[in-house]
Design a protein around this ligand. Structure first.
Ligand code: DC
Length: 224
């Protein structure tokens, strides 16, 4: 099996680029952020909204045994299920992005999702995107890519994505949220976002979608 680990900050184009590159390569695409989002959604649904509360970590951890997260591929599109309910749309709300970032800092949550992620790569040729795929989840991946772009460009892309979906958003807020999530994701103690050893840096600031997809495909082909 061939594994491509694709890590990077929010809005770098990871998911759209990885999905299209996987499709053209005949690989499956696995979006691991969606799994953290499902856990974040479950926490929010259970009233755990204040990530700064002293018992937040403890309470989220206590919920884990009852959480059922699963993914299914429907026509190559990943759907995420929480307690057997399709939550693929709901997990994209900005409130849930913040909750996902908060729960993802908890080591017990990361441990909880680890085996599910590894099992996907055992059974399929995959491009898996996330924050710690090359460093923790699939350290033996044949190809590791760290994909990024300047913060303003990433915020602009995320903003346009939300507008397209009809979600009310202000650009300044999107940029502020993105900077906060970047900070949280890269400064946490548990599996912080950083470039894996052997990873190739792909900066998409000046690349359009097609250019980014081709860059990934070229990299994969050159390594296998
Ligand atoms: O990629 P995303 O925006 O859907 O991810 C949501 C949050 O989950 C993000 O703030 C960081 C976290 N995450 C993580 O810690 N590890 C991963 N492999 C994927 C996502």
């Amino acid at each position: 099996m061939i594994s491509v680990a694709m890590d990077g900050p929010v809005g770098a184009g990871k998911s759209t680029v990885a999905r299209e590159a996987a499709k053209r390569l005949g690989f499956i695409y696995a979006d691991t952020g969606a799994l953290y989002r499902a856990v974040g959604l479950y926490a929010v649904r259970n009233g755990l909204r204040d990530e700064n509360a002293s018992d937040y970590k403890e309470k989220v951890t206590a919920l884990l045994p009852e959480i059922k997260v699963g993914i299914k591929l429907e026509n190559g599109v990943q759907k995420v299920f929480l307690q057997d309910e399709d939550v693929s749309e709901e997990i994209r709300l900005p409130e849930i992005s913040m909750a996902a970032s908060a729960v993802s800092a908890i080591q017990a949550v990361r441990d909880f999702l680890l085996e599910l992620q590894r099992s996907i790569a055992r059974e399929n040729n995959v491009i898996m995107d996330g924050r710690d795929i090359g460093t923790v989840v699939l350290p033996d991946a044949q190809v590791k890519i760290f994909i990024t772009a300047q913060p303003e460009i990433r915020a602009r892309r995320r903003f346009e994505e939300l507008v397209k979906k009809g979600v009310e958003a202000a650009f300044d807020q999107v940029l502020a949220d993105l900077n906060q999530r970047d900070y949280q994701d890269s400064h946490r103690a548990a599996a912080p976002l950083k470039m894996a050893e052997g990873a190739v840096l792909l900066d998409t600031s000046k690349l359009d979608f097609e250019g980014s997809v081709n860059a990934v495909i070229d990299l994969v082909k050159s390594r296998i």
